[in-house]
Design a protein around this ligand. Sequence first.
Ligand code: F6P
Length: 326
Amino acid sequence: MKKIAVLTSGGDAPGMNACIRAVVRTALYKNLKVIGIRRGYTGLLSGDFMKMTTGSVANIIQRGGTILGTSRCEEFRTSEGRARAFEMIQKEGIEGLIVIGGDGTFRGAYELSREGEVPIVGVPGTIDNDVYGTDETIGFDTAINTALEAIDKIRDTAASHERVFFVEVMGRSSGFIAAQVGLGGGAEFVVVPETRTDLNELCERLLKSIRRGKKACIVIVAEGKESGGAFQIAQQVNACIGTEYRVCVLGHIQRGGSPTARDRVLASKLGSAAVNALLAGHRNVMVGEVKGEIVLTPLEETWTKIKPIDRSLLELVDILAGGTRN
Ligand code: F6P
C-alpha cells in the first residue's frame, strides 16, 4: 500500500482534527502518501482532493470542527453514487480509505467496500457515542463537558427565579449524552429514549423537590421523536403541576469547541491505529477503544449491534436528586 485517503463525514465532532492529524502523520511516518478528501462523501464524488503533508495538519490538534469539512451526502446512499466514488478512488490511485464519522458514515463505507472492493477502516467520531465497538466515540467527552458548562449557568438563573428548567441535549436517538450530563449536572430527572418515561413519577419528583425548598430543578431531555423533545415534556409536566418553567435547547453548541484532553488522546490513538490496521491488511473494520485496549470491529456490527446506555447512571440520578421514590 502506497497511497491512502482520509475523510470526515456526518455530524462534525470535536477531536476530528486531532484524528486527521494522527492519520496523516502516522501515514507519512510509514512512508505512505496521504490524500485529504474535502466535504466527506460529497467531496469523494466530485474528486475534491488535497495532498496532505506534515504542515497541512500543523496547529489543528486543539481546534474543533474538521479542517476537511463534512457533509451528509444523499447521492452516496445510491449504488450509482458509490460507483462514481469508486471511479474517483481508482483514478486517484487510492489503495486504502480511512473514514471518520458515525454509523451513517460506516453504513456508506460498508456498501462502498462491498461494491468497489476498496479496503476501508472506520474511526468513530460523533458526539452521540452511539456506536458499538468502542467505549467512547471521539467528541463525546467534549460535548458532555460543553453541555455541563451550559447547565451550570442555567442553574444560576433557575435558582434565582425558582424555576424548573427543561434542558434538551443532543444524541439523535440515544441517551448517552443525557445520562452523563444528568448525573454530572445534578439533574432531578433524565428523559432518554432507551427507557419509558413515567410522567407521573417525573411530576412527583419535581413537586417533592419544590416542597423541600429546592430552588433550581433541572430536567434533562434527550432530543428525539420518542419523547417529543423538551418542549413537549415541559408542556405535559406543566399541565400536571403548573409550575413556572423554561425550556433551553442546547443544540449545536454541543458540537463545537476545542476538544478535551480525553478526546484529543482518544482521537490520536484511534487515528494512528486506523493507519496501522490498514497496513496490517485489515479491511472493513472500525478501530475502537474498549477498556483501554484498541479493538477492531467489523463495520456492519457497529450499527447492527446496539451499545446499551449505562442504566445505573439513571438510577444514581434518581438517588442523588435527593429523596426516596415515594
Ligand atoms: O449525530 C450528531 C448530531 O449532532 C446528533 O446529535 C443530532 O441529532 C444531529 O447530529 C443533528 O444533525 P444536523 O447537524 O445535520 O442537524
